[in-house]
Design a protein around this ligand. Structure first.
Ligand code: TRP
Length: 444
């Protein structure tokens, strides 16, 4: 990233694409997508997920980018610049709070990921369930990961991170590709592939669509104003349509690839696809153990995944920080620490909810223990609700005409696409999200 604490711009179109893809690609693709797919019946979920990305996520991504580039501000400031003093500003505030809560449990999982590098290297046979129930280990890793994030954002080593990601993300891609080939030769893997790719459409229920919609927002980093913030640094000459499309393609590709590894491996090892948040951590090490040199491959895998997670936590930390800096005039370095300490306090119960503390680890509602509940409430519902409100704001309050005019800058394609987009953002996106959110009443 090339923005300074003053308003800056991405160094180039590719600079934005890399940063936005860095935010989008993370644990959401490799950890969350497979476990949510497993819990929601497999291929039918994947089908609904792809539809949600294409007809809801992508048009909505353009709305956030257009608003951000137009207003040149963080979410709260961007909304306030269009409707000063109105209640709409609270939508930006909701995004800031949602970001804090997502970061709180995301850093816990990122901590496990980092810990698994060493667990692999040490040949540790500790079960996943004992690992995450070990209070000192999980707290240490959780704090460490928050500190990594703070150091990157605070020290402005973004230069370094950007250069690293350019090299390491293609390495992650190649490693995933190699793993896909390997696991699909394991005996029994074919059943996993069928589970993942052969849809049984009778499995599609309101609950499945709600999970798919939430996963689409989570994975694309949408619904809390992050893309408003990142969009505010895009040059007026850039084509928002193609930039956004690249981000969505890269993100979706990595998620699909993760599934092509997890499910064949899972069925080859006779494990349960609905195992929940521990799924990836239980399946993959078992695969690595079988491979020649697998310990090192496993360690490299968890290292690359940690870095992918870091480029996501940076973006999650950025929204509340930018808010404090822009709107509350807090010095950037203080703002980063304030957000970090808050994240720690919010995330502590999540860190302890995987066996370390009994009452936090028991199901609270809908079979979800603390971490899964926070993930569901903020990583799913709150993002969908935020996207619902923001699509109405962009489509009706600011107005699809103004937004389309912003999208038209740097765009040389057919005006019909702008018309289609206006229709989607005013009607299809908010109505679809609203109807799907009604399924909440069936869950609670
Ligand atoms: N998209 C990231 C992932 O898939 C997580 C993430 C980063 C995020 N920033 C976000 C999710 C902003 C929602 C909003 O791992």
């Amino acid at each position: 990233m090339s923005q300074t604490s003053e308003r800056g711009q991405w160094s180039s179109k590719i600079g934005f694409i890399l940063a936005a893809a860095g935010s989008a690609i993370g644990l959401g693709n490799v950890w969350r997508f497979p476990y949510v797919t497993g819990q929601n019946g497999g291929a039918a979920f994947v089908f609904v997920y792809l539809a949600c990305v294409l007809i809801i996520g992508l048009p909505y991504l353009y709305a956030e980018l257009a608003l951000g580039r137009y207003a040149q501000k963080n979410p709260v400031g961007a909304i306030a610049s269009i409707r000063p003093g109105s209640a709409w500003v609270w939508v930006g505030g909701l995004g800031v709070i949602t970001g804090l809560f997502i970061l709180s449990f995301y850093a816990v999982i990122a901590g496990w990921t980092f810990g698994y590098i060493f667990k692999m290297l040490m040949h540790s046979h500790m079960e996943f369930t004992s690992f995450v129930a070990n209070t000192p280990i999980v707290i240490f890793l959780f704090v460490l990961f928050i500190l990594f994030t703070v150091l990157v954002v605070y020290g402005g080593v973004q230069e370094g991170i950007e250069k690293w990601s350019k090299i390491l993300m293609p390495v992650l891609f190649l490693l995933l590709l190699a793993l896909i080939v390997y696991v699909n030769f394991l005996p029994g893997s074919g059943k996993g592939l069928a589970f993942y790719l052969k849809p049984d459409f009778s499995k599609i229920t309101g609950k499945v669509v709600l999970a798919a919609l939430g996963q689409a927002f989570f994975s694309l980093s949408l619904g809390m104003g992050l893309m408003i913030t990142y969009g505010s640094y895009i040059s007026k000459q850039d084509n928002l349509f193609s930039s956004g499309l690249w981000v969505a393609i890269a993100d979706t590709l990595i998620a699909i690839m993760a599934g092509l590894i997890i499910f064949p491996a899972l069925f080859a090892m006779n494990q349960n696809p609905a195992a929940g948040p521990g799924l990836v951590f239980q399946v993959l090490p078992a695969v690595f153990e079988k491979m020649p040199g697998g310990i090192y491959i496993g360690a490299v895998f968890f290292l690359l995944l940690s870095i992918a997670a870091l480029t996501s936590t940076i973006s999650l930390l950025e929204v509340p920080t930018a808010y404090l800096v822009d709107e509350k005039r807090v010095a950037r370095k203080i703002a980063v620490w304030v957000v970090a300490i808050f994240t720690f306090l919010l995330g502590l119960p999540s860190a302890l909810s995987q066996g370390a503390v009994g009452w936090l680890s028991r199901p609270i509602v809908g079979g979800m223990e603390f971490l899964s509940l926070i993930d569901f409430l903020f990583g799913n519902i709150s993002l969908a609700f935020g996207a619902f409100l923001l699509s109405i704001f962009v489509g009706w309050v600011w107005g699809a005409k103004h937004a389309a005019a912003e999208l038209a800058l740097g765009y040389h394609g057919s005006p019909a696409l702008l018309k289609l987009w206006s229709f989607l953002i005013r009607f299809l996106v908010p109505v679809f999200i609203f109807v799907i959110l009604l399924n909440l009443f069936k869950i609670f």
